[in-house]
Write a protein that binds this ligand. Structure first.
Ligand code: ATP
Ligand code: FE2
Length: 323
């Protein structure tokens, strides 16, 4: 069985085609803001302008008639972007006379990670621009055991980077700067129960920079503090749930220092640590295609009249009836 998936919840516009074994095609055409952060309307205009050519690129590599299922990211995400993607997916499904499956974006991050690593029943740390959650499966649902009380870690890194004169996306630039950091400056470490918060830290780090602290040291101090918070909550989830696998997913999963901290924590507890290949860890169409395929095989289908976008779609809302 072959599924095509369209991802476009925010800046990323990506189409993937997968079968049960592997990714067949993955084509990306991301929206990159000229300056500042992501503007929802501009991102959605980018998506509607570029979707036709992106689809043509995909269909140059894979025969249209081989597609069995059309999947799309139904939410969570930016309303205007989601609507463009949903419209394209509906049209395609009708044109190809194939079933449509609306996919939860967070679920797709976790499922593609389980597919492409050996993780079976992990505690997943999902860290991206808009989201930061600690997720694990309990019975027939994935549950969020801890999450950010304000902004995602990726957004926090991007905001700090922008304040220090660096272009979007800031995460990779902060990582490079942090490698050269020498002095650690104390920043607010905010963990409340199983939740965490980053916006106060961003303000404090921006003040450090304004007071003359070197960018390298600000980046280093920020990463050490924020990643320690994420590692602490992930460890607590492992302990409470008595699990022994950690899966790191989302765009921020590319960060080597975060990987290292989690690896050390897992090593200390005798747990295994997994991270999917980079192109499948951040937003991508293949994760939507794969999750759509999985859901379709387990009886899911989204009728056109129920294919409305869900900007606040939670992972807990999906009943999981597969292993
Ligand atoms: P979502 O819709 O799930 O919130 P997203 O739109 O933010 O996802 P992703 O590809 O999952 O997209 O993540 C992008 C984020 O990852 C950006 O904030 C970017 O700065 C961050 N990022 C990318 N590489 C790194 C890195 N090496 N270190 C830290 N952050 C990174
Ligand atoms: Fe994402």
């Amino acid at each position: 069985m072959i599924a095509l998936g369209i991802e476009g919840t925010a800046w990323s516009l990506s189409i993937g085609v997968v079968d049960e074994e592997d990714v067949i095609v993955l084509e990306n055409d991301p929206y990159i803001p000229k300056e500042g952060g992501i503007h929802p309307r501009e991102a959605s205009q980018h998506h509607s302008e570029r979707l036709p050519s992106l689809l043509s690129r995909v269909f140059e590599k894979v025969d249209k008639s081989s597609i069995d299922v059309v999947a799309f990211s139904q939410g969570p995400g930016m309303g205007p972007c989601l609507r463009v993607v949903a419209t394209a997916a509906r049209l395609l499904a009708v044109k190809l006379k194939k079933p449509l499956v609306g996919v939860n974006h967070c679920l797709a991050h976790v499922e593609v990670g389980r597919w492409k690593t050996e993780a079976k029943n992990p505690v997943s740390l999902y860290v991206s621009g808009g989201n930061s959650q600690v997720i694990a499966r309990r019975g027939n649902r994935y549950r969020v055991f801890g999450e950010t009380l304000d902004i995602g870690i990726g957004n926090a890194l991007d905001k700090l980077a922008r304040h220090m004169g660096l272009k979007h996306p800031g995460g990779p630039k902060i990582e490079e700067l942090a490698k050269k950091g020498k002095d650690y400056y104390l920043l607010p470490y905010v963990v409340k129960g199983m939740d965490f918060s980053f916006s106060g830290m961003v303000t404090a780090a921006q003040r450090l920079y304004d007071s003359g602290v070197a960018r390298e040291d600000v980046a280093f101090s920020f990463q050490e503090t924020a990643f320690a918070m994420l590692t602490e909550v992930t460890e607590r989830a492992l302990a409470y749930l008595d699990l022994d696998e950690v899966l790191l997913v989302g765009g921020v999963a590319a960060n080597k220092r975060l990987q290292e901290m989690l690896k050390i924590m897992c090593g200390d507890r005798g747990a295994k640590f997994y991270v999917p290949p980079r192109e499948l860890a951040g937003d991508n169409g293949a994760m939507i295609a794969y999750t759509g395929l999985l859901m379709y095989k387990h009886g899911y289908q989204t009728p056109i009249e129920k294919s409305y976008v869900r900007p606040d779609f939670r992972i807990e809302d999906v009943e999981v009836n597969w292993d």
